[in-house]
Design a protein around this ligand. Structure first.
Ligand code: ZN
Ligand code: ZN
Length: 347
């Protein structure tokens, strides 16, 4: 095991914590020194090797695990929140998360066996998924397999992260920026301190989680709340969150994957342009009425649809639906009245 730690200066480090069997490679867990001891921003995937890397990384920054007094989580995904329970257990640190993502963690922990599969089957059927795609899920439901929702063991946070407020971190100025889209409670954390390199352009550093990455477009799908009947617009949320972060104009971005980068505004403009292009492409595809499933099949992905693994197809459909929500809100697309499964067309 090699420990990859980068000293970003002024009491900020990043620790590369591997994600097993994942093309992303690793999560960049950040360690921030405060007058009360270090805190972590995200923790990494819950896996023995990842844990060893995190522990070795904290040591390489010059601290013991027991020195940690807090954990700030950008969002509930397992590559960020996975090891939080272990860190809390080993150090007594509190865990903080935005309330909207804490609600997801709570719901996941409390879900009855089978509830998640029922929800998934209903969602996919409503999106027009064919029977051969639904069959394995229905079979799992009746045989009682696959009843465990991933993330059932995820730690319930002790604290909230209040948007717009300075966090209680002695000796540091860190403000929470609510950036919903990738998840409903995603936050970026703005370190409102002069950049140690004295960069002339921009102010401070932004821990951007998965919201703003240098070379990856984060997944934007439906939030997936079985209890919520309001029609959310995750892609609309995401685009608004991007603009919010662009206006902050941080001197440097410290994302949770890949590498640190500058010119946040440029990257924001690139991502907004990418989504605008994608939306107009989808609108063109909807000159022929399609269900969300049919739209997902017709959309451009990083490989042909036939080669997209089973589970990733569910994610792709969720992404197609998020784009449909946005198009409907913009008024460029409408649901065909009375269609079941829901069918959409350009207007
Ligand atoms: Zn994520
Ligand atoms: Zn991630």
């Amino acid at each position: 095991m090699t420990t990859q730690v980068i000293d970003h200066r002024s009491g900020v480090w990043s620790i590369a914590v591997p994600i097993p069997d994942n093309p992303l490679g690793h999560t960049l867990v950040h360690l921030l020194e405060t007058d009360r001891g270090p805190v972590l921003i995200d923790t990494g995937w819950d896996d023995p090797d990842s844990w060893d890397s995190l522990v070795a990384g904290v040591a390489a920054c010059g601290f013991a695990l027991t020195d940690l007094h807090g954990v700030l989580i950008t969002h509930h995904h397992p590559d960020h929140h996975g090891l939080s329970a272990k860190v809390r257990q080993a150090s007594g640190a509190w865990i903080a998360m935005h309330a909207a993502d804490t609600a997801v963690v709570r719901r996941t922990r409390e879900a009855e066996p089978g509830e998640w599969l029922d929800y998934l089957i209903a969602k996919l059927a409503g999106a027009g998924a064919p029977d051969d795609h639904l069959a394995p899920l229905r079979e799992a439901r009746t045989s009682g397999r696959g009843r465990r929702l991933p993330g059932r063991r995820a730690a319930l946070p002790d604290r909230g992260i209040e948007p717009g407020e300075l966090l209680d971190l002695p000796g540091r100025r860190v403000r929470a920026i609510w950036t919903p889209g990738h998840t409903p409670g995603h936050v970026c954390l703005h370190l409102e301190e002069e950049h140690p390199g004295g960069r002339a352009h921009g102010f401070g550093r932004l821990f951007s989680g998965d919201h703003l990455l240098p070379g990856i477009t984060p997944h934007i799908g439906l939030y997936g709340d079985p209890d919520d009947s309001t029609v959310t617009d995750p892609l609309g949320d995401y685009l608004a969150s991007l603009e919010r972060v662009g206006r902050l104009a941080p001197a440097e971005v410290l994302p949770a994957h890949q590498h640190a980068f500058t010119d946040a505004e440029g990257r924001v403009r690139e991502l907004i342009a990418h989504h605008e292009e994608r939306l107009s492409g989808l609108r063109a595809l909807l000159r022929e009425p399609r269900t969300p499933w049919q739209l997902a099949v017709a959309m451009e992905w990083n490989r042909p649809w036939e080669q997209i693994p089973y589970g990733s197809r569910n994610i792709a459909v969720s992404e197609a639906e998020a784009h449909l929500r946005r198009l409907v809100k913009q008024g460029g697309v409408e649901r065909v009245p009375g269609s079941d499964p829901a069918t959409y067309r350009a207007v």
